[in-house]
Design a protein around this ligand. Structure first.
Ligand code: ATP
Ligand code: MG
Length: 389
């Protein structure tokens, strides 16, 4: 019934017509059964990659060593992955080898949670080898097989567990939670980028509180960057009003403000982008000035439009009664919002007889501060007079 599945049905049929099995698998099946929007459709097949490439005219080897071939069809791309098992996991993260297999059940066995191990035929029939449907209906997240083994194989699954708990609003089955408690230190072997990506998704989920609570109760947080001693801050975060967060910058602003860590060091340790670090730094810098009084002009100006918006969103989240309108109005009323809007430039100063150099930089800075403060009009003549050239 879902248009995204409908568009992919001919792909499954072509594979079947060639004598192989093909199924929708993973998050798309789970989300469709939950009535949630689906992002991308994943297909699993008994055909080996070379066989998949033989069936379709246009394919791309997106992850051929893991068995993934992207099939191009009517401008869309579909990831078709050969059934596989994984073995090894000597380093608690990636399998030492993947083995292509012909059986769906073996492929489902390697998946992390029962609700992620569902498969569906092109007619919508669900193949459920691990009681994933029962867990789906009960909103329970349960490891496939023995939790201890599964988290020992791949420690990222522990972060995926708390992420899905928040994203789906599911409860964590007790033995699965126990498995996280028992294996939490293994998270140290996982790349920070991957931990961060799951953590951000946890923070943006519908049940952030539950995901954070598991992170705290299992001690998993102790193996996340910069959080070893942040139990109190995480408890505080978990106790905030549980309205969903939409923006990673807002989520990370709340994190750094509650943890009280230097923003740059904290977010570098989490391997966040320069863009996010700049925005969160600006937001965190103006945060302490929010409250009963309006921040001074220069603080508003240096926060910038984005930094201020993120700070206000985060602040309102912690203080739901805070009225951000006057602060926003004060920002909007600033004479300039960017250095580029200043009516005085370096070449103006050179024309007026000044030598390029340190003094000129200082003069421009004084002009900028005076215009932002509202004490000098933003015109060339007024500013030339003000800097006394
Ligand atoms: P979403 O797309 O919302 O992130 P998803 O379930 O599709 O959810 P993906 O990371 O896209 O998550 O992975 C697709 C599927 O691959 C999962 O549903 C799961 O069956 C399997 N999978 C992914 N990562 C792992 C892992 N680390 N261990 C075991 N199985 C995994
Ligand atoms: Mg997915």
């Amino acid at each position: 019934s879902n248009p995204q599945f409908q568009a992919a049905v001919p792909i499954l049929r072509r594979i079947e017509d060639a004598g192989f099995e093909a199924y929708f698998v993973g998050g798309c099946v789970r989300d469709a059964l939950l009535g949630l929007p689906i992002h991308d459709v994943d297909i699993a097949t008994s055909a080996y990659p070379a066989e998949v490439k033989g069936i379709f005219r246009r394919t791309v080897d997106t992850g051929i060593q893991h068995g993934t071939v992207t099939v191009l069809d009517h401008g869309a791309g579909y990831e078709v992955t050969t059934f596989r098992t994984e073995s090894g996991y000597q380093d608690f993260r990636r399998p030492d080898s993947v083995q292509f297999v012909r059986s769906l059940k073996e492929d489902q066995l390697r998946r992390d949670f029962t609700v992620n191990a569902l498969a569906a035929r092109h007619d919508g029939t669900v193949i459920d080898n691990f009681d994933g449907l029962t867990d789906l209906h009960n909103h329970v997240l349960r490891a496939v097989g023995r939790p201890d083994d599964r988290f020992g194989e791949d420690a990222l699954r522990m972060m995926r567990a708390v992420r899905f708990q928040s994203q789906l609003g599911f409860a964590l089955e007790p033995a699965t939670a126990q498995g996280i408690s028992d294996n939490a230190p293994l998270l140290q072997h996982i790349a920070v980028e991957r931990i961060a990506s799951e953590f951000t998704r946890l923070l943006l989920g519908i049940d952030r509180r539950a995901g954070l609570q598991t992170l705290i109760d299992t001690d998993l947080y102790r193996y996340c960057p910069q959080l070893a001693d942040a139990r109190a801050a995480l408890n505080h975060l978990a106790a905030l009003p549980d309205t969903q967060l939409q923006d990673p910058a807002v989520a990370w602003t709340l994190m750094v403000v509650l943890v009280g860590a230097p923003v740059n060091r904290f977010l570098r340790a989490w391997k966040q982008s320069n863009d996010l670090i700049a925005t969160v730094s600006a937001a965190a810098a103006i945060w302490p000035l929010l409250g009963d009084t309006i921040p001074d002009h220069w603080a508003l100006y240096t926060a910038g439009r984005t930094g201020l918006r993120i700070a206000l969103e985060a602040y309102v989240h912690v203080h739901p009664d805070f009225n951000s309108t006057p602060v926003q109005a004060a920002y909007d009323a600033l004479a300039i919002h960017d250095k580029g809007e200043l009516a005085l430039t370096g070449s103006d100063l050179i024309q007026a007889g000044m030598q390029p150099g340190r003094a000129m930089g200082q003069a421009l800075r004084r002009a900028e501060e005076a215009v932002v403060a509202g004490s000098v009009p933003n015109t060339k003549n007024a500013l030339l007079a003000y800097v006394r050239v």
